[in-house]
Design a protein around this ligand. Structure first.
Ligand code: UDX
Length: 441
């Protein structure tokens, strides 16, 4: 099957590489020439474990092509996947300008019947709009069917998720189109859910909103645990054993970030608002998350007072481990607040520094050496649970820092381990070390 993927961002690249690996002839198109030039050399513009070898292999064996040329991309495609960005606008709603451009371009360049699958996260009704745009411009003899096919890939685990996802959602009002798409995805052996278009669109928003809700919920429980002397690790495990709750997405921390949860939760609030259906629960989830991102700096100030002139080692810049993505990363909120407090920040990250530097500039120092970040620091804040941080011997805080004070926003260390060291350690939803006062009195 000749497949075209519009958009060489996260979803587009992973989809392209994985579909090529499955044996399809894949052409990925993007308007950014520099990106396409890089990709044609087998180099990935994003860090994603396992992606670059897949790109290289499938470029070499001729299964995968990159282009900026819409004629090459669309004229003979059997299936087109739309995977362009839907960034946030000033009011929180999704900006559909790239979707519009792609729909127009598809209509102008197709030369045979085609199925157009939308992987981008789009508000309910958008796929019908895409259908209208294409229908109003395409050659009248051609048949185009637009399918909502939302994507659930996680950054850092995207290849694994593509081949071993929990489900594939196919949203179309035409059973024969659903059957064709089911056939297309059959080799993956992943459960397929066939729905109408609007439900498929809603499934994506509802899934992300629910996962974000779980995170804000557990963070709220963690914050109460800190006051009552309970331990969030035990509490999360204890509730997660209930199958109705489940164990996943109950890790308390610095709040969620990334390219999806912050954007999609705001967009869903906006969608509800458009119909005067206020989504109060999700508004609270967003507020809790914003507050959670500020807790490490508040804890730092509680512990050492003014941060003015203090050297702070910030461990991690990426919004989570195994990605170089810093979009909406809690680490960036922490940087902003530390700078406002007059701290001198030295940030460590194994791969996200170039992307962070584009946003933060030279207001902070950067290093790919944890020890260098910790050298002579008055305080360390852990923002990302990189393996390199989790496996850092605790002695290093003692040998390198001026004062071994660690605010761990990701609960990287077990309290058992910490107890063996004279380190002041505050994590999320767990008793601090040393226990200064019993807040449960
Ligand atoms: C998410 C969805 O998981 C994915 O299905 C969708 O397609 C895109 O959005 P992603 O943003 O890549 O994926 O990362 P994810 O692993 O879901 O984590 C999102 C954020 O939540 C991260 O900042 C992470 O650190 C945080 N998180 C996650 C927690 O704080 N606690 C948890 O228990 C889980």
């Amino acid at each position: 099957m000749k497949v075209t993927v519009a958009g060489a961002g996260y979803v587009g690249l992973v989809t392209s590489a994985c579909l090529a690996e499955l044996g399809h002839q894949v052409t990925c198109i993007d308007i950014q020439k520099e990106k396409i030039d890089l990709l044609q050399c087998g180099r990935s513009p994003i860090y994603e474990p396992g992606l670059e070898p897949l790109l290289e292999k499938n470029l070499r064996n001729g299964q995968l092509h990159f282009t900026t040329n819409p004629h090459k991309a669309y004229s003979d495609a059997g299936i087109i996947f739309i995977a362009v960005g839907t960034p946030e606008t000033h009011d929180g709603s999704a900006d559909l300008k790239y979707i519009h451009v792609v729909a127009h371009t598809i209509a102008n360049y197709i030369e045979q019947d085609v199925i157009v699958c939308t992987k981008s996260t789009v508000p309910v009704g958008t796929n019908e709009l895409i259908q209208q745009i294409i229908d109003s411009r395409k050659p009248p003899n051609l048949q185009v069917e637009v399918v909502a096919n939302p994507e659930f890939l996680r950054e850092g685990a995207a290849i694994l998720d593509f081949f071993h996802g929990d489900r594939i959602v196919i949203g179309t009002n035409h059973p024969e189109v659903a059957a064709l798409m089911e056939q297309f995805y059959l080799p993956l052996n992943i459960p397929i859910i066939k729905t109408d278009i609007r439900s498929a669109e809603m499934i994506k928003y509802a899934a992300n909103a629910f996962l974000a809700t779980k995170i804000s919920f557990i963070n709220e429980i963690a914050n109460i645990c800190e006051h009552v002397g309970a331990n969030i690790d035990e509490v999360a495990y204890g509730i997660g054993q209930d199958k109705r709750i489940g164990q996943h997405f109950l890790k308390a921390g610095v709040g969620y970030g990334g390219s999806c949860f912050p954007k999609d939760t705001k967009a869903l609030v906006q969608i509800g608002g458009n119909f005067k259906q206020r989504f109060e629960l999700l508004e609270a989830v967003i507020n809790v998350n914003n507050r959670q991102q500020s807790l490490p700096v508040l804890k730092a100030m509680d512990t050492i007072g003014s941060l003015h002139g203090k050297k702070v080692a910030l461990l991690g810049l990426a919004f989570k481990a195994d990605t170089d993505d810093v979009r909406e990363s809690a680490a960036l909120t922490i940087v902003k607040e530390l700078l406002e407090a007059g701290a001198d920040v030295s940030a460590y990250d194994p791969i996200a520094i170039p992307k962070a530097r584009k946003i933060v500039g030279d207001a902070i120092g950067y290093t790919e050496e944890i020890r260098q970040a910790l050298q002579d620091a008055d305080l360390a804040i852990i923002a990302t649970d990189w393996e390199q941080i989790k496996h850092l011997p605790l002695e290093v805080y003692l040998t390198h820092m001026k004062n071994p004070i660690v605010i761990d926003g990701r609960n990287c260390y077990s309290l058992q381990e910490i107890k063996q060291f004279p380190i002041t350690y505050l994590s999320v939803g767990r008793p601090g070390h040393p226990i200064v006062n019993d807040k449960f009195e």
